[in-house]
Design a protein around this ligand. Structure first.
Ligand code: UT7
Length: 335
């Protein structure tokens, strides 16, 4: 993606918020469902527990709460929002979009609203899209929400995948910022050849819902963990190096890395590729597991709250996911 930086307005995150459901599922709880152990899960993934939405809670409910917090933190009124982009693979329903439901809930009466599907890379894709609208002057205020209720999409009999995922939401507000701050570069990519590695096969137009698809548990996540792992280790390092180059920065300039929270071994590989010390990487997957598109924004909120990121910090966000997809951005933090 070529950015015509000089002709465009500078754009940055001016407010952010996260929301997590209260109920926790510990590794110990999972040992009652599948043949696994706390020791296996923690050593292979780094996860200790994850959050679970209530039976009546859907993606728009979590996303609405995160969006309201982000607007409050940006001191932006809902009526001022021009565009809402929601990244999710667990929408309330096929249509209307979860973005329209959130628009209604928060009272963003003038906002255009749509969903974006890029799985765990969804937040980064949505940031890149939102950035374009503000940079070109088409819109002044964009709300990006990433919200997932993955616990309703996992097969609780599949130990390969059910241990990994959790629910949560994060949101950010994008506006113009001082030149030289905010987003400095983006790198996005897709590799459709890997589409089979991570998917929910049924329920769409390829395999509409039927008694058979339900009995075969084809409405749940199916994953080739090993292959996704190998892809993730390779791409996280590659895209991070590329996005730094695009920003004209080197690894030494980085103050904080906020990676997609899928597996500590993947994060450690990316950290080592960048030559970063562990204190410059924000990790919270021990508490929340993999929340797909919501992982990065929730981690970003915590990294700011805990002082890992401060005004002027150079921050790298990087993620990968089903599709296969990947994305990264480098920012000079403005709030
Ligand atoms: O956002 C993108 C989403 N997906 C990912 O990020 C997934 C990336 N992949 C991974 O994180 C890892 O591949 C996993 C954590 C899913 C699996 O770890 P692994 O080190 O790649 O294990 P494996 O799949 O090679 O399995 C090793 C063994 C197998 O047993 P055998 O065949 O060696 O006897 C598995 O059956 O571990 C077994 N196993 C388990 N054992 C206990 C798999 N899942 C479990 C489990 N508890 N939950």
């Amino acid at each position: 993606m070529k950015l015509m930086v000089n002709k465009l307005r500078a754009v940055g995150i001016v407010g952010l918020g996260a929301w997590l459901p209260e109920e926790k599922i510990t590794n110990h709880d999972l040992t009652k469902l599948v043949d696994t152990s706390d020791e296996w899960i923690f050593t292979r993934t780094g996860i200790s527990e994850r959050r679970k939405a209530a039976a009546e809670e859907a993606a728009s409910d979590l996303g609405t709460k995160a969006a309201q917090k982000a607007l409050l933190s940006a001191q932006v009124k809902p009526e001022e929002v021009d565009l809402i982009i929601v990244a999710t693979v667990t929408p309330d329903m096929f249509f209307p979009s979860t973005a329209c439901l959130i628009q209604k809930n928060i009272g963003a009466t003038k906002a255009v609203a749509f969903d974006l599907s890029a799985a765990c890379s969804g937040f980064l894709y949505a940031l890149a899209v939102g950035n374009q609208f503000v940079a070109t002057g088409a819109y002044d205020t964009v709300l990006v929400v990433a919200t997932e209720v993955l616990t309703k999409m996992v097969n609780w009999e599949d130990r390969n995948s059910c241990i990994l995922f959790g629910d949560g939401a994060g949101a950010v507000v994008l506006q113009t910022v001082e030149k030289g701050t905010g987003f400095l570069s983006f790198d996005l990519g897709a590799e459709g050849m890997g589409a089979e590695l991570l998917k929910v096969p049924a329920g769409g137009s390829r395999q509409p819902a039927s008694l058979e698809t339900v009995q075969n548990k084809e409405h749940f996540i199916i994953m080739n963990g090993n292959e996704v792992f190998k892809f993730a280790v390779k791409i996280m390092g590659e895209t991070s190096i590329k996005v730094l180059e695009k920003a004209g920065l080197s690894r030494e300039d980085l103050d904080c890395l906020v990676p997609h929270q899928a597996n500590t071994r993947i994060i450690t590989a990316a950290r080592k590729r960048l030559g970063l010390s562990a204190d410059k990487v924000y990790v919270n997957l021990d508490k929340y597991g993999n929340m797909s598109s919501a992982s990065i924004p929730v981690a970003l909120v915590e990294a700011v709250e805990k002082g890992y990121i401060q005004k002027g910090s150079i921050v790298l966000l990087v993620g990968f996911g089903a599709g296969l997809t990947w994305g990264s951005t480098v920012m000079k933090w403005v709030v």
